[in-house]
Ligand binder design. Structure first.
Ligand code: NAP
Ligand code: ZN
Length: 351
């Protein structure tokens, strides 16, 4: 039995996304079949569609912030039942036996994890397609439970923007007394503010956009620093234990390194590639500072983050859009004009 699915795909780097029909695999014994309700729109979707990372395979159905309901489970699935509200993030598989996988770090699988879209299924060789679609079939190990009480549409961005900022906050042990800064107030940035605040940190936003101050404070920032204002930058020199930098494009990180305290860490989660201008090692050496990176988070850690969000009532601030509005949403994201995550109502695809 072949499962025909409709979605929205990019057919090339520069064509608008449009309707696309494709086939999902027959569910395997450990698979969960999910009717997708909502899909968040991540800046990575734009990078992938436009081949910014050099590995785009078209036609491509993006979407890795997926919330839906279970409609069927394979014979070996015990943790999920028909009707459950579930989530799927950026990965749908990994080798399951390397050291990283054994340690719950599937995102760093030594044999390469399988991404939710723009990748190839490691068992049957089919192209993976993401959340801008009616249904998805995913191994139960890569499905997470959505806590009761969370708005399902607003919870979708937790599956990427949430976990991507949660993982470094946890790895670098942020808690009460930590001084955390976030660079860029978009999808990842606004989740970083909320999560860092809920963990008890003192939180600062670095933004280029003066109009975002009030929102930043409402989202959890104790302070907003306009990064283009030298006086404001000077006022926070040597201040932060952890900076999460969400800027999607190449930019000068040296001014942010200067705001790190002794032994502070600046973690890049946005831009992938050589840093220009180069990072000056002197402040790193003389202040035992690091410039690090981090990618999404493991599956157990994703469940931990969702449960934390359930307990604290944390979701994303979203603009719900119809599938047909996706191209306009991309253009607005490219202008940093999103408050603070677009989420697609997949019902619009079925209508
Ligand atoms: P987004 O919603 O578009 O937000 C990015 C924010 O960065 C903007 O709102 C803007 O904030 C700031 N910004 C944009 N262009 C800039 C520039 N040229 N210079 C300085 N600041 C700029 O994007 P997102 O969905 O949060 O994603 C952010 C990045 O993280 C993307 O590159 C995405 O691919 C990546 N990502 C990484 C992971 C991972 O696992 N590491 C996971 C998901 C996404 P202000 O207006 O406040 O300045
Ligand atoms: Zn993402």
């Amino acid at each position: 039995m072949v499962m025909n699915v409709r979605g929205y795909a990019a057919h090339s780097v520069d064509s608008p996304l449009g309707l696309f029909s494709f086939v999902r695999r027959d569910p395997r014994a450990n698979d969960v079949v999910i009717e997708i309700l909502y899909a968040g729109v991540c800046h990575s979707d734009i990078h992938n569609v436009r081949n910014d990372w050099g590995n785009a395979k078209h036609p491509m159905v993006p979407g890795h912030e997926i919330i839906g309901r279970v409609t069927a489970v394979g014979a070996e699935v015990t943790r999920f039942q028909v009707g459950d509200a579930v989530g799927v993030g950026c990965m749908v598989d990994s080798c399951q036996h390397c050291k990283a996988c054994a340690g719950g770090l599937e995102q760093y699988c030594e044999n390469g994890n399988t991404l939710t879209y723009n990748d190839v299924d490691r068992h049957d060789g089919m192209t993976t397609h993401g959340g801008y679609s009616e249904r998805i079939v995913v191994s139960d190990r890569f499905v997470v439970k959505v806590p009761q009480g969370l708005d399902l549409a607003a919870a979708a961005p937790l599956l990427c923007a949430g976990i991507t900022t949660w993982s470094p906050l946890r790895h670098w042990k942020v808690g009460p007394g930590s001084k955390v800064a976030v660079v860029g107030l978009g999808g990842l940035g606004h989740m970083a503010l909320k999560l860092a605040k809920a963990l008890g940190a003192d939180v600062t936003l670095f933004s280029r956009s003066p109009g975002k101050e009030d929102d930043a404070r409402r989202l959890g920032a104790d302070r907003v620093v306009i990064s283009t204002d030298a006086t404001q930058m000077q006022a926070v020199q040597g201040h932060f234990d952890l900076i999460i930098d969400t800027v999607p494009y190449v930019h000068d990180v040296n001014p942010y390194v200067a705001t790190l305290a002794l032994s502070g860490n600046l973690v890049l989660v946005g831009y992938l590639g050589p840093l220009e201008p180069a990072v000056n090692s002197a402040p790193l050496v003389l202040g035992r500072k690091s410039v690090a990176g981090s990618v999404i988070g493991g599956i157990a850690e994703t469940q931990e983050m969702l449960d934390f969000c359930g307990q604290h009532g944390i979701t994303s601030d979203i603009e719900l859009i119809r599938m047909q509005e996706i191209n306009e949403a991309y253009e607005r994201m490219l202008q940093s004009d999103v408050k603070y995550r677009f989420v697609i109502d997949i019902a619009s695809l079925r209508a």
